[in-house]
Write a protein that binds this ligand. Structure first.
Ligand code: ADP
Length: 480
């Protein structure tokens, strides 16, 4: 199948969160399974060099944002072809994909991401000129949502379209005037269209106009159809529930393998767990903690935001620290949470280590060196870190929501994790206490670690699910 993924980030080129891992991992898995996959992304500063992009096709100035070209390259470390939308006035900047160096949204984000979607639509219809046209366009999150909307409005013969919601909280909502800037007719700004509560919503455009919708876990697919989880779009999602599919994310088991991970201090695996201890020691040293082997070490790698329940951890931790326990945190985000975590580390310098920042290699080391890994999210579409943790032998303590509920089973039900229900510090503390009790039984702990490490989280299952959804989308497109 010829598949065009449209995404604002992909691991190997630029990553701010799980979307990047999923876009790259899914594309790679589909390519390995024999599909003809391409990935379309903006050419942010530095990406063209990373992708080794040399071939160039002029695209004119599609939305009046400046001259635009298409660059062709490869996703680093893979043989997945990448097309980069090269519009220097929009993408060649200091800062991240969405935010300037001061942490503010770029004011022209509507135009920047409309162009991404617009080019996807152009390639889908003018594709034969490039010798390739997709049968299905797979748009990821709001940043890609103009692609299915544009294809709908252009009409005619078109590929099937699929929009995946990686996080419904982020919808890309702007003032109504952007409708013309993003290249859609004024009629698209309507209740039966991209209008949401007096704003133009990129994501709603994707959800409304796509042939099919997916989200990243079965439980989240249910939750977003309810008023509490629907972020204002539950009505639309419920009305399209026969087009909405919850497909659990996989992880790239090649990139995330403790037997061959070059970021680790010592390789280990289910058949050779012993060297894992060296990773714990190295992690303790890195964070300046007491290098005690028997003290349970809790890890956290996360965006620091309200969603992730960091406040619950902050509320639970003082009492937990009355027992032997160490905590290491790697994350960045909300300045208040950053400061509260720094404070905690200052109060307990030999027991709590905090690194405010983004560090891919260190994140691998946290998974490999922690005994427990905590994900206390208020909501979690899928979540990847709990899967990385299990694969690296750190047992997860998670709130029972979204993809966490679909991937972590409590020890009391035969699983290898510790789950809690209520969004409060007491519930988290209770789960942590249960985990610490089990930790004290070394043999049982090792058995649970092995159980966790032997679980399969690869893309195999999801790749089949996506194939079915694509077939349905292609059939839908040909019947409209
Ligand atoms: P989300 O996409 O909501 O942030 P996910 O769990 O789906 O959450 O994915 C987060 C990804 O980003 C994981 O690969 C995680 O390891 C990584 N990550 C998050 N924060 C950091 C950080 N500070 N340093 C390195 N990697 C991080």
């Amino acid at each position: 199948m010829r598949i065009l993924h449209v995404a604002s980030e992909a691991t190997g080129l630029v990553k701010t969160g799980g979307l990047a891992d999923v876009a790259a991992g899914l594309a790679r898995a589909q390519r390995d399974a024999g599909d003809d996959v391409r990935l379309l992304m903006p050419a942010y500063r530095g990406c063209a060099e990373l992708a080794d992009a040399t071939v160039r096709h002029p695209l004119g100035d599609p939305l009046g944002g400046g001259p635009t070209r298409l660059l062709e390259g490869r996703l680093p470390g893979t043989d997945v072809p990448v097309w980069l939308v090269d519009a220097p006035t929009l993408y060649d900047r200091d800062g991240g994909p969405y935010l300037d160096p001061h942490g503010n949204d770029y004011p022209d984000n509507p135009l920047r991401f409309a162009l991404l979607g617009r080019v996807a639509a152009m390639l889908s219809t003018a594709g034969p000129a490039l010798g390739w046209a997709p049968e299905v366009v797979h748009a990821h999150d709001w940043q890609a949502s103009i692609a299915p909307a544009t294809l709908h409005w252009w009409g005619g013969v078109r590929p099937g379209t699929v929009t995946t919601v990686h996080n419904l909280k982020f919808q890309g909502r702007f003032s109504p005037e952007v409708v013309s800037q993003v290249g859609l007719p004024a009629a698209a700004y309507a209740l039966e269209g991209a209008e949401a509560y007096g704003t133009f919503s990129f994501l709603k455009a994707g959800l409304f106009y796509s042939d099919r919708i997916t989200t990243v876990s079965p439980t989240y697919a249910e939750e977003i159809q309810s008023e509490t989880g629907g972020e204002g779009l539950h009505g639309l999602l419920r009305s399209r529930s026969n087009r909405l599919h919850g497909l659990l994310n996989g992880i790239d088991e090649g990139a995330w393998d403790p037997r061959s991970d070059s970021d680790l201090h010592a390789a280990f695996g289910p058949r050779s767990l012993g060297p894992r201890a060296a990773n714990k020691r190295a992690l303790q040293r890195h964070f300046g903690l007491d290098e005690e082997r028997g003290v349970p070490l809790v890890g956290l790698v996360s965006r620091l935001s309200d969603q992730k329940g960091i406040d619950l951890l902050l509320a639970a931790i003082p009492q937990l620290l009355r027992s032997p326990l160490q905590l290491v945190v790697l994350g960045s985000g909300d300045p208040l949470l950053e400061e509260a975590l720094r404070d905690l580390a200052r109060q307990h310098p030999t027991r709590v280590g905090v690194n405010i920042g983004y560090d891919e290699a260190l994140s691998h080391q946290v998974f490999a060196g922690s005994d427990l890994f905590v994900v206390p999210s208020r909501f979690e579409p899928c979540g990847l870190t709990q899967m990385y943790a299990m694969r690296y032998g750190a047992l997860p303590v998670v709130r029972n929501t979204g993809g966490l509920a679909d991937t972590v089973t409590d020890v009391s039900a035969g699983g290898c994790g510790f789950t809690f229900e209520a969004v409060d510090a007491d519930a988290l503390r209770e789960a942590m206490h249960r985990a610490l009790e089990v930790y004290a039984d070394g043999d049982r702990w090792t058995r649970l670690q092995l159980q966790a490490m032997q679980r399969s989280f690869g893309w195999g299952n999801a790749a089949g699910g996506y194939r079915d959804v694509y077939s349905a989308a292609i059939a839908d497109a040909s019947s409209t």
